[in-house]
Design a protein around this ligand. Structure first.
Ligand code: 5GP
Length: 200
């Protein structure tokens, strides 16, 4: 069997049904962009995204914000022990500029337990922004274990692990236009160990 056919078979075993189509996502991104534009008129808006997953959403979102915004990127590693994420986060690439006095909006792909974003909020608050808010495309609040306030949410989702539109499975499938559920149980069983051990 040739390599490409093998790859397609494997991919068909992994990628499940579409949860949000490319059209659903683009419609939502426009809606969020318009809302953010209205809310931040006359303000010094800085959008911060977190590598790697958040970058796809960010690049689409900013093109629907009709303001003179600034942009910065952070990269972090998350660690977990046992059954759940510990919220132990390490900054592997910090922001390029100070954020003091700016209206800062963190743009995330997904908020799950909330531990990662809580760490980021604490870290960035200590740098004296004028305001600090969160925009996430996906909110899995059924697994939330921290108390966080999210200003903008694209979609609420359930327990199932998802891929596409920036979200990976073993670092792959970030480039899918739609957001899919993962298909097979064996893959799903694998998820907890990935979430608890890898850099998302
Ligand atoms: P939290 O700290 O909120 O538990 O986890 C946030 C991070 O976990 C996200 O930024 C993302 O990288 C990863 N994550 C959580 N759920 C999923 C999911 O369903 N699919 C993928 N690909 N990553 C996820």
């Amino acid at each position: 069997m040739n390599e490409q056919i093998k790859r397609n078979l494997l991919r068909n075993d992994i990628i499940g049904k579409v949860l949000f189509s490319s059209e659903d996502i683009q419609k939502k991104v426009i809606e969020l962009g318009n809302k953010i534009t209205e809310d931040y008129i006359g303000k010094d808006l800085l959008l911060i995204s977190v590598l790697r997953g958040g970058i796809i959403f960010l690049t689409d979102l900013i093109r629907h914000i009709d303001l003179e915004i600034c942009l910065d990127i952070m990269s972090i590693s998350t660690y977990g022990i046992g059954e759940s994420s510990t919220g132990v986060v390490r900054i592997t690439k910090d922001l390029e500029e100070p954020i003091e006095g700016m209206d800062v909006l963190i743009v995330e792909d997904i908020i799950d337990t909330g531990l990662t974003i809580s760490y980021l909020m604490r870290t960035l608050k200590a740098r004296y922004p004028k305001s600090l808010e969160i925009c996430t495309l996906l909110d899995r609040n059924v697994r939330r274990i921290t108390d966080i306030k999210i200003k903008y949410v694209g979609f609420n989702i359930g327990e199932n692990y998802i891929v596409g539109y920036g979200l990976d499975y073993k670092q792959k499938f970030r480039n899918l236009n739609a957001i899919h559920e993962l298909k097979i149980d064996t893959v799903k069983k694998d998820i907890e160990s990935i979430k608890n051990s890898s850099i998302f």
